[in-house]
Write a protein that binds this ligand. Structure first.
Ligand code: 6PG
Length: 246
């Protein structure tokens, strides 16, 4: 695991965009299609916009884009992770040939999860493990990642790759990839910014292992690595020694 502390959230966006471009270059060099799992929320949107600026330089016909989770709302709803990413990146790259596999938030959560579970399994059957080249994840102030909320049964789901998840705190239904699916990655990159994440980050990185309280600890690629790209505000309570590029 590698933790990189950067000064500002924009620096995190630049580093995240570079992580994607590096993964795309590696996949192209190794002659395999790139499979990229997007994170929801607002943190990655800066990186998506930077990637969109460089979109013409990439062969998107060899890139499959997935979502780690989705809110159970229509794709044009302000809360939609697809809607947010579509506005800054996806509509641009779909026009360049990218295959974007969204979670259908507009249908019943159970049906949407079953549909996505099938979709991801069918895709996995065409790939060697690890299935995904790059998985972006965020983290909430309560320590959740994707829609794996603390103390939820989703954290310990071992069979399914996508399941419905309910957040009591947010009073909202979601569909989320499970830890097993999110760990099927060559590289998992957590993007965390802001002082509101400082407590969750220090407990997740430096506290005892407790995946029920800190679900990000459950993301553990067998044949891949985990990078944390965080800003100085989210890192403000870290006590360990990390790569600081502030
Ligand atoms: C979601 C995300 C979620 C997000 C964190 C951080 O659907 O909300 O998948 O896990 O990454 O809540 O959200 P921000 O980036 O908006 O702080």
């Amino acid at each position: 695991m590698r933790v990189e502390i950067l000064a500002e959230s924009r620096d995190v966006s630049v580093a995240a965009a570079d992580a994607f471009l590096d993964a795309a270059r590696d996949a192209r060099r190794e002659g395999r299609p790139l499979a990229w799992v997007l994170s929801g929320g607002t943190t990655p949107l800066g990186a998506y916009a930077l990637i969109a600026e460089q979109a013409d330089a990439l062969d998107w016909s060899a890139i499959d884009v997935f979502f780690g989770d989705e809110r159970c709302v229509p794709p044009d709803h302000t809360d939609s992770n697809f809607g947010a990413a579509n506005g800054v990146l996806l509509k641009r790259i779909a026009g360049l040939g990218a295959r974007v596999h969204r979670i259908r938030g507009e249908i019943n959560p159970v049906d949407a999860a079953a549909e996505y579970d099938r979709l991801v399994r069918d895709f996995a059957a065409t790939r060697q493990s690890p299935v995904f080249d790059l998985v972006f994840l965020g983290m909430g102030g309560d320590g959740h990642t994707a829609s794996l909320f603390p103390d939820s049964i989703a954290i310990r789901e071992n069979e399914m790759w996508a399941i419905p998840a309910h957040s009591a705190a947010l009073d909202s239904w979601r569909v989320t990839m499970t830890p097993a699916a999110l760990s099927e990655a060559r590289q998992v990159v957590f993007l965390v910014t802001g002082s509101g994440k400082a407590d969750a980050l220090v407990h997740t990185l430096e506290g005892p292992r407790d995946i029920n309280r800190f679900p990000a600890q459950a993301i553990a690629p067998r044949n891949g690595n985990v990078r944390w790209i965080v800003d100085s505000y989210a890192a403000s309570k870290l006590r360990g020694t990390y790569q600081s590029l502030t």
